[in-house]
Design a protein around this ligand. Structure first.
Ligand SMILES: [Zn+2]
Length: 311
């Protein structure tokens, strides 16, 4: 049965490949020169280009002379806050896991004593391939009872309220670290289809680690919220400033106080299986300016000592 299923999938794939090639040929004849649909011509993008896959973090550098008061970018309706570094301004731009592939504008406003200045960048968002998991489960294991439903809605609202706050200061500095070492599932962006219904995509990475293993903060910040939620279990939300948040879920124990400052590498909790979890692991999630990004895209980010001197 498995082999048969596999061949059906590959036949389908081949057919869609053929269609894709046909579509490209067709488009090439309709648009012999100039951009393909998805990269509209009215984008200015006069000041530079960036590109990245869905879920990635881009380091955007804006050359700024004089003494600006504020450098703020807008990308797909989200704010990107820049900070000064040497002779330029730097911003971390998060591409959401579901941002539409194609070219979008990052518009940057520079407020300076010499007057406002506008800059425009093109950001090419490329498609990421996410795993799809189809499950058939008994209905009573899928549907929540009324009481749980009310609880889950309230918890979602609580999380939204916290993540919507953009702290003006940058608390993080230097490199980012993995909160715990272990086998990474590669489940970022995974779509689960349960009994034929699509669920919201998995918005973090799962790291398998032994029960009680220490979980560290990925960088400096403030523990804005500690919770014990229905799905995510015991969790910590750390605000790293400028719209960057990290989340650590399914903990067995939380070892940081609400509102406390944390340092990179500081233990904030222990690995567990609280909430809806099939075994001990850490769910590590990152929000950047409201975008759900792959936490591993922060690891090894080329910051070239840009943030060494933190005020
Ligand atoms: Zn997870």
């Amino acid at each position: 049965m498995t082999g048969e299923g596999g061949s059906v999938v590959s036949r389908k794939k081949n057919r869609s490949d053929v269609r894709a090639i046909f579509a490209v040929v067709l488009l090439a004849s309709v648009f012999p020169v100039g951009p393909l649909p998805g990269s509209p011509r009215d984008l200015r993008g006069t000041d530079g280009q960036y590109s990245g896959k869905q879920g990635q973090v881009l380091v955007v550098k804006v050359p700024v002379s004089g003494e600006p008061r504020e450098v703020v970018g807008r990308f797909l309706g989200r704010l990107v806050l820049f900070f000064p570094a040497r002779s330029e301004y730097v911003g971390l731009l998060g591409i959401d896991m579901q941002d539409v592939p194609g070219t979008h504008e990052l518009a940057v406003d520079v407020a300076s004593p010499e007057g406002p200045k506008k800059l425009s960048y093109n950001v090419l968002v490329m498609k990421e391939k996410y795993p799809v998991q189809r499950l058939t489960l008994p209905k009573d294991q899928v549907d929540l009872d009324d009481e749980s439903l009310v609880r889950v809605k309230a918890e979602q609202e609580q999380v939204r309220t916290v993540l919507d706050v953009v702290s003006k200061g940058r608390f993080w500095q230097g490199r980012f670290i993995e909160p715990v070492s272990g086998a990474v599932s590669g489940a970022f962006g995974r779509v689960r289809i349960i009994n034929g219904q699509s669920r919201s995509p998995h918005n973090g990475e799962d790291i398998a680690a032994p029960l009680g293993a220490e979980v560290m903060a990925m960088n400096d910040g403030v523990a804005r919220l500690t919770v014990d939620h229905f799905f995510s279990g015991k969790g910590v939300f750390v605000d790293h400033g400028l719209g960057l948040y990290s989340m650590y879920f399914h903990l067995s124990e939380i070892t940081v106080e609400d509102g406390a400052s944390v340092k990179r590498g500081q233990v904030i909790g222990k690995v567990g299986a609280s909430g809806r979890a099939t075994g001990p692991h850490l769910h590590w999630g990152v929000r950047l300016n409201g975008a759900r990004v792959n936490p591993y895209s922060l690891i090894g980010l080329s910051l070239d000592g840009l943030t060494a001197a933190t005020p």
